[in-house]
Ligand binder design. Structure first.
Ligand code: HEC
Ligand code: HEC
Ligand code: HEC
Ligand code: HEC
Length: 103
């Protein structure tokens, strides 16, 4: 019985890990009322290090774990500042509302 549980644990761990790797390949879709934002995690990770975006480390990869509508840097400006500032700086990637937010 105990062996069975260890095995089960390993399977769950593997699923979790493959999810983690998968996450870096897939398009990330951030849903909101204003229009969903889709961006390629893979394309971005080719030339940008994880820490630039996940600036507090990867223990909590979701920005919403820390940035809510009540924090100093709120949920929306966390994304807008991070994403748009870099696109402007590099003169690459979308900067206007509808190029990111698709209805
Ligand atoms: C250009 C910015 C950017 C870079 C670079 C980046 N990420 Fe992300 N990552 C994001 C955003 C945005 C999300 C979605 C966060 C959310 O849902 O709040 C995310 C989500 C994730 C998630 C969670 C996936 C999920 O489906 O919940 C993991 C894991 C992750 N990133 C790992 C990494 C790793 C590892 C690297 C470096 C190889 C990396 N990220 C580089 C922006 C980035
Ligand atoms: C573990 C907590 C945590 C996570 C997760 C996190 N942040 Fe932050 N972030 C902070 C804190 C703390 C500050 C400082 C300002 C404040 O207190 O609101 C900050 C500041 C910022 C700032 C303004 C300063 C700067 O560096 O330009 C931006 C932009 C930002 N975060 C974007 C993001 C994005 C995008 C994500 C997700 C990819 C993210 N953050 C995930 C905690 C976090
Ligand atoms: C540190 C710089 C940097 C950051 C941070 C960054 N981007 Fe980008 N982004 C780029 C560059 C450079 C390109 C152009 C890539 C190319 O065409 O080779 C790009 C392209 C894009 C594109 C068009 C290609 C695609 O992925 O479909 C979208 C959409 C995009 N970014 C969304 C975002 C979002 C949303 C965020 C914030 C979560 C973000 N970016 C953060 C640099 C950045
Ligand atoms: C580089 C891509 C990008 C551009 C350009 C951009 N946004 Fe966003 N915006 C995002 C991301 C990413 C989020 C946060 C993730 C989410 O909830 O979809 C967000 C969040 C928002 C939210 C908050 C949604 C919520 O649920 O709290 C609003 C409103 C918004 N944006 C409006 C705008 C407007 C207006 C413009 C043009 C002035 C604009 N955005 C330009 C990427 C972008």
């Amino acid at each position: 019985m105990r062996k069975y549980f260890i095995l089960l644990g390993l399977v769950i761990l593997l699923c979790y890990l493959s999810n983690f790797i998968h996450a870096q390949e897939e398009k990330i879709i951030l849903e909101n009322k204003f229009g969903n934002v889709t961006f390629s995690h893979k394309l971005h990770t080719e030339s940008i290090s994880c820490q630039i975006c996940h600036h507090k480390g990867l223990d909590s990869p979701k920005c919403s774990d820390c940035h809510t509508k009540d924090t100093e840097v709120n949920y929306m400006s966390a994304f807008h500042r991070k994403c748009i500032d870099c696109h402007k700086e590099k003169a690459k990637g979308p900067v206007s509302c509808n190029d990111c937010h698709k209805k």
